[in-house]
Write a protein that binds this ligand. Structure first.
Ligand code: SAM
Length: 290
């Protein structure tokens, strides 16, 4: 199936016999970097669309769901998130949400591909509005190696905002990487990883829970949110915490936050961690086997 047919751009999901389409006006950008193919389209109704290697990364219209849920639940769970490391996230949307938190003193973003950030600056400038913040550090390097070489206990929260587990992101979804994250995290450290669709990817999700536990994290929890432009429209992020940190929630701080969010709220924070039985039972089985 062609990705572009007439005015319709489509992402087929052969394995699940489905596809997602957006009506586009024009292709704004096409670039083959040493790592991947980056395209940006102007759509009819969803603003700009970024595609990497044929897969939707984000649109102007609905990226707030993903970026808010990749950052705020973890940052309001950690008691004092001062040092944040984002692996991937080259579009800078997660970085922007992280830097809305006044407690954050340093936010390092490590994406393997500078081309993604340069394209985001051109076509998603609203996501890059914190790139010049003195607390922001933009590095272009392999996140797997970065975490391996990070000083022990040097980070409070690691957010893995990566592409799907193929190509350069494959090594971000395994026990060896989670062990390195565990070592790099301080006492109440939290690892957050985008963990695909609960409807389509439960195998990946349960394997992720198992690998995070085997890597040393005593507590692993998944939260869910809608994401209309990703396969099935239903997405998740998985948090792995050191000690009992995942039981905490700085609710008063979340309630009194001084910046706007379109999706995240105290109610959404609590609701997002409530899981339907098929998910809860699968994760309980992994926990009982660990
Ligand atoms: N929200 C998106 C999703 O779930 O599909 C992810 C967006 S973000 C653009 C993904 C980024 O991960 C890309 O910019 C890609 O370059 C980066 N990436 C992939 N593998 C990486 C690695 N090993 N180290 C650092 N960044 C990596």
């Amino acid at each position: 199936m062609n990705r572009l047919e007439g005015n319709w751009w489509s992402e087929p999901c052969e394995e699940h016999g489905s596809a997602f389409s957006l009506k586009v006006k024009s292709r704004l950008h096409e670039e083959q970097t040493p790592f991947q193919k980056i395209e940006v389209y102007e759509t009819e109704k969803f603003g700009n669309l970024m595609v990497i290697d044929g897969f939707v990364m984000l649109t102007s219209r609905d990226n707030f769901l993903y970026h808010e849920m990749m950052s705020h639940p973890a940052l309001y769970t950690h008691p004092a998130p001062k040092r944040v490391l984002i692996i991937g996230g080259g579009d800078c949307g997660t970085l922007r949400e992280v830097l809305r938190h006044p407690e954050v003193e340093r936010a390092q973003q490590v994406d393997i591909d500078e081309g993604v950030t340069r394209a985001a600056e051109l076509y998603f400038p609203e996501l890059c509005e914190f790139n010049d913040d003195p607390r922001a550090e933009l590095h272009f390097a392999d996140g797997i190696r970065w975490v391996k070489e990070a000083e022990a206990g040097s980070v409070d929260v690691i957010i893995v905002d990566s592409t799907d587990p193929i190509g350069p992101a494959e090594g971000l979804f395994n026990e060896a990487f989670y062990r390195d994250c565990y070592r790099a995290l301080g006492g109440n450290g939290i690892l957050v990883q985008q963990s695909e669709s609960p409807l389509l990817h439960m195998r990946l999700l349960t394997e992720m829970h198992g690998a995070m536990r085997t890597a040393g994290f005593p507590d692993v929890r998944t939260l869910q949110f809608p994401q209309p432009v990703y396969p099935s429209g239903w997405w998740s992020a998985t948090l792995a915490g050191k000690g009992g940190v995942l039981d905490q929630f700085r609710e008063v701080d979340a309630r009194n936050k001084v910046y706007p969010t379109a999706y995240y709220s105290v109610g959404i924070h609590r609701a997002a961690f409530a899981l339907p039985p098929f998910m809860q039972e699968a994760f309980d089985r992994v926990r009982n086997q660990a």
